[in-house]
Design a protein around this ligand. Sequence first.
Ligand code: GLA
Length: 520
Amino acid sequence: MKTKRLYHSSRTTVWIIIILMLLANLLISLVTAQQSNAPDSLTGNWAVKTPNADGTIRTTYFNLKQEGSRITGSIRVTQFYYLITESTGSPDGFKITGTMKDGKSERRVQYEGKLVGDELHMATRRRPDAPLTEMVAQRAPQGEGALPARIEPPALHKVSDNGLARTPPMGWNSWNKFAGRVDDASVRSIADAMATNGMKAAGYTYINIDDTWEGTRDAHGNILTNKKFPDMKALADYVHSKGLKLGIYSSPGPNTCAGYEGSYGHEEQDARTYAAWGIDYLKYDWCGARTLYTDEEMPAIYQKMGDALRATKRPIIYSLCQYGREDVWKWGADAGGNLWRTTGDIRDAWDSMSKIGFNQSDLAPYARPGHWNDPDMLEIGNGGMTETEYKTHMSLWAMLAAPLLAGNDLRNMNPEILAILTNREVIAVDQDRDGKQATRVWKSGDQEVWTRSLSGGAKAIAFFNRAAEEAKISVRWADIGVSQKVRLRDLWLHKDVEWPGDVYSVTIPAHGVVMLRLNR
Ligand code: GLA
């Protein structure tokens, strides 16, 4: 009996041991299955770090979660933050699609990838017809590259007028020609050129550094410059010593359009830094703000920097760059803006320039001393248009009372280009102190007549031919708002024109212009 009981209990023990071992095995395999998420599944935060020559790093993050064949998570590329909405495949070969809301439209990106060892090999097309861009992502700590928490926009109020830009700002901006290549030396030599080539004498004043000057932030959150700009204060001193002013660029978002550090959460601090450096002009570009704010919140977000600039007590021109969304012309001045972009980016091409320029007529009522519509910077001299087309560009911008920010390499330009940029009679139209923007008063096919009133009862009239062939315009003065005989001056030929009687007929080259000033 005793032996039997003994035998029984040892059999039970064996069973218990076997069950325990099975359970332990199950546990181990569960744990290793979890861990194997680490080496051979896609779950994790992955970063592609590409060093820029200026010491900054461009990072793309793939924050992925894999559950079976489903991949969720986010993709962050410079200023864009996408949620993964579609996925197919496995770690050996998968595709993900990210989408994000951008104002009223949706942006999408698609990547294909595969896990190779503990690296993620990814590829995407920048445009549907572009070749694949390949990249290798490494594991990064969870949380790195995550969007910062959203700071609620302030309540709306009117930012007090800074009293600047009584006429449209004139100067130069680095983006159209230099883009990411702008640096301290180029800015200095552009300032030298402007100060001595007749542009300063013609009214050009601001030397504006666009995107890609930014570095990281120090331990106190102060924005630092990158390697290309060793000492911004010294650069401002240099530009000031030439009798010129210095402009800079930032974004209300965490990132600028080129993926550099934005002013998000540091607005007042950055405004103080700019003032301490001696900055005279800020272009503030929506860019990465689209990841945190809706378009409807733009007025409050722009107001925040408007207030911050006013608080510095330094006269700093405030240029709003949000591509003309949300009818910015209706609220830009209240947000403290001296000018606001009315369109997307200009390109150095007739199509782009003419489409933008000839589309501005309805905005005329919003331009006034201190507050201007900005159809974007000049492309004159960048090589993509003919001289005739550049004259049209200059004339149209002057008619529009637009900021005249040259965008070419002022150190190397031929005399014809310099003559276009420094045509003082055309500049005088742009800079007329009444600040009344032109409207289209006549149109027939590709030919258009635009007029604007100038101070002292004068008028500017531009006859444009948008066609690709020469064309003749014949108009009755009465039909374009000229009711009496006036003195006429041709602003490109620099000659007075005989009064022709009731009808004015003029032949205009393809894509060309004839611009007149009418004096009583
Ligand atoms: C946007 C702006 C441009 C320029 C670039 C810089 O595209 O509209 O004018 O400032 O950003 O990244």
